[in-house]
Ligand binder design. Sequence first.
Ligand SMILES: [Cu+2]
Length: 337
Amino acid sequence: MRRLVAILVVLAPALAHAGPMTFMVSHGAAANPITKLGWGLLGLSIFVGAFIALAVLIGIWWKRGAGEYDARGWPVLSHGRNGLPWLWIGVPVSIVLLLLSAIWTFYVLGVATAAPGHPKITVEVIGHQWWWEVRYSEFGYPRRSFETANEIHIPVGVPVELHLTSADVIHSFWVPQLAGKTDTIPGQINHAWIEADKPGIYRGQCAEFCGLQHAHMALYVVAQPVRRFKAWWTHQLQPAADQVTGLAGEGETVFRTRCAICHTARGMPGSQGKLGPDLTHLMSRRTIAAGTLPNTPGNLAAWVSDAPAQKPGVDMPAEDLTGPQLQALLAYLKTLK
Ligand SMILES: [Cu+2]
């Protein structure tokens, strides 16, 4: 009993809302039908398994030796009074249960793929080895847009349409509490939608093996009340701070020469690199390197000086920066709020 309580205490956060990644509890209209289906089919399977086990046990203990036997002592399949009625009941019941499960599954597939009505917000998500590029753009004119990485903000209670594709190999976008899996395939745009019914941070993960660092390709969906989401949006639209001076100014020069070839700090001339994540608002993100490290000054320094040590195989090279260069660079990165 005490052990059971201990297990429940350990499991509790997984069952509570917006804890670690879990497919057992969902938090939005796109994921709820899938979760219900999952529990429903699990319940049905348990029931059928238990029923069959029970029938077998009854057959063994209760009707043991009750059938007819041939000359060699082998049982003769009974078509008599006992066997046939069960056949007539068992086959239709199985057919009906399987058909209902199939119909339920197809219904859920339909709900899970088709967004309700016209989405107010569309977000482009592009899988890379091994991070997620996220692009937002405004409807209307002028059509301003911004990019971020590994962190998707959405307003609570609003369906958000996702346009999913990949820059290299096939990945799969999966935030189990908010939606089912959708593959990201190079040269093809797949549509999916997510909606969160509660504010919270929902973890997601690439769900299609995509190379060495597949396990380090996480993302977070941050669901916020509409007002806070709008504030975030307005902030993200702003370019990187210009006019940085002092140590950060020196760091900007290092950034321009060593990093800008792969990274963008929007607004900084000559920084339009596309190979790595957009860093314009790097400091507003909770993690770096696709959920691999919390975004702390120490982790940032470790990452910038030797990224492959943190994530072997990554496309970002180890930079042989001098101590002062690294300090200046970090001071500059801190201005990317
Ligand atoms: Cu992947």
